[in-house]
Design a protein around this ligand. Structure first.
Ligand SMILES: *Cc1c(COP(=O)(O)O)cnc(C)c1O
Ligand code: SF4
Length: 364
């Protein structure tokens, strides 16, 4: 994008009680890169360029998340996750909208049943922030579908009829953009299905709008345990005191919090950043669960990291940091074949292969 910089027009006089109110944050999310909303260093063409990206892939970021980044730095890892990039629509290497074939594993619209014992519900396609690397970015452009009974009831009916489903994942979009009331209704409906033992919520809210995690919300969630919460921190700078507090409140409510990062070029594709991220997660008692290889989704090419580089980072982490900090590095196989672990078998490298005794000798 050349040497152009983005400058945000300052908000005048925000009151603290507004800033800490998630509804204010949600309502006041920045949703356009038009001139006047954000100022781009004297370059009309760049505005036009970015606006055309957002016609295909909408833009949205909360004031909270915006305040964490250096807007004048195009390489800022937080800015990179939410600001449109012309590469999203210009340089696709032939990625597809739905490489994981989610649409094919959908017995009911919005429900993906790929693994026998668990299924995933896309409760809404609305998010508090649209992450440019999202593997469901194909869904943003459609009209919002959000948590209505007409949309969800057929999914609940399907689950009730499938005795092998013991775990249900509420995902999206971001389910926490829905109200406490509709979430409570969804959780209660799922809890009323006898074979559903475990509930899971997948949400990036603790990262992009942590004030959504309120005491009332936690009190409500508490009733539906065992409930597991998976979020997505991708960079250590996202672990702010507010984000840490949000996770702590969930933990205090008896809800284990895990993290699923995506390996992203220019965000966290180095040993140093990844180590700091994993250490920071451990400090706030959030368990690293997965590190995803970025899927070959159309419009995300510029984020993809070479698989061997990913393995190299994992290898070095494995040798240097606590096992409790280690996520599993996985790739979601194209065509709905599911997640597969990526593991470097370095101990089988040429040197050691020549003599297995040499390898085992090290234990003595
Ligand atoms: C990732 C995923 C799950 C959950 O898998 P876990 O390995 O249990 O985290 C469930 N359903 C679908 C469709 C998924 O993509
Ligand atoms: S919050 Fe999740 S679903 Fe929404 S855009 Fe980000 S990665 Fe995608």
């Amino acid at each position: 994008m050349g040497d152009h910089h983005l400058f945000l027009k300052p908000w005048g006089g925000i009151r603290a009680e507004d800033w800490y109110d998630w509804k204010w944050q949600f309502k006041n999310s920045l949703r356009t890169v038009a001139p006047g909303a954000v100022e781009i260093d004297g370059s009309p063409w760049l505005h036009k360029e970015l606006l055309s990206v957002t016609e295909t892939y909408p833009f949205r970021v909360t004031p909270y998340y915006l305040a964490l980044m250096d807007l004048s730095d195009q390489t800022d890892p937080l800015r990179r996750q939410c600001f449109p990039d012309p590469q999203e629509i210009h340089f696709s290497l032939g990625g597809v909208d739905d490489p994981l074939g989610e649409q094919c594993d959908m017995p009911v619209p919005g429900l993906i049943h790929r693994y026998a014992d668990r299924c995933l519900i896309m409760a809404t396609n609305v998010c508090a922030m649209y992450c440019r690397h999202c593997n469901r970015k194909r869904l943003w452009g459609r009209g919002p579908f959000a948590g209505t009974q007409a949309y969800l009831q057929p999914m609940f009916d399907y689950i009730r009829g499938k005795k092998e489903i013991r775990e249900v994942i509420l995902s999206g979009g971001d389910p926490l953009t829905l109200s406490d009331r509709s979430l409570a209704w969804m959780l209660a409906s799922l809890r009323s299905i006898p074979q559903v033992e475990v509930l899971r919520i997948g949400s990036r809210i603790p990262v992009v709008m942590p004030m959504r995690i309120t005491p009332t919300f936690c009190k409500m969630l508490r009733k539906y345990r065992p409930l597991w919460f998976n979020t997505q921190f991708n960079h250590p700078r996202e672990i702010t005191p507010a984000a840490a507090r949000a996770c702590e409140m969930l933990l205090e409510a008896g809800i284990p919090v895990s993290n699923q990062s995506v390996l992203l070029r220019g965000v966290n594709d180095s040993y140093g950043v990844m180590q700091e991220l994993l250490y920071s997660l451990q400090r706030i008692s959030v368990r690293p669960y997965y590190l995803f290889q970025c899927d070959p989704v159309r419009g995300t090419d510029h984020f993809r990291v070479d698989l061997w580089k990913g393995l190299e980072i994992m290898e070095k982490l494995w040798r240097n940091i606590s096992g409790l900090c280690m996520p599993r590095y996985v790739v979601d196989l194209p065509g709905g074949k599911g997640k597969a672990p990526l593991q470097s078998f370095s101990f089988l490298s040429a040197n050691n292969m020549n003599s297995s005794e040499h390898f085992f000798d090290k234990n003595c």
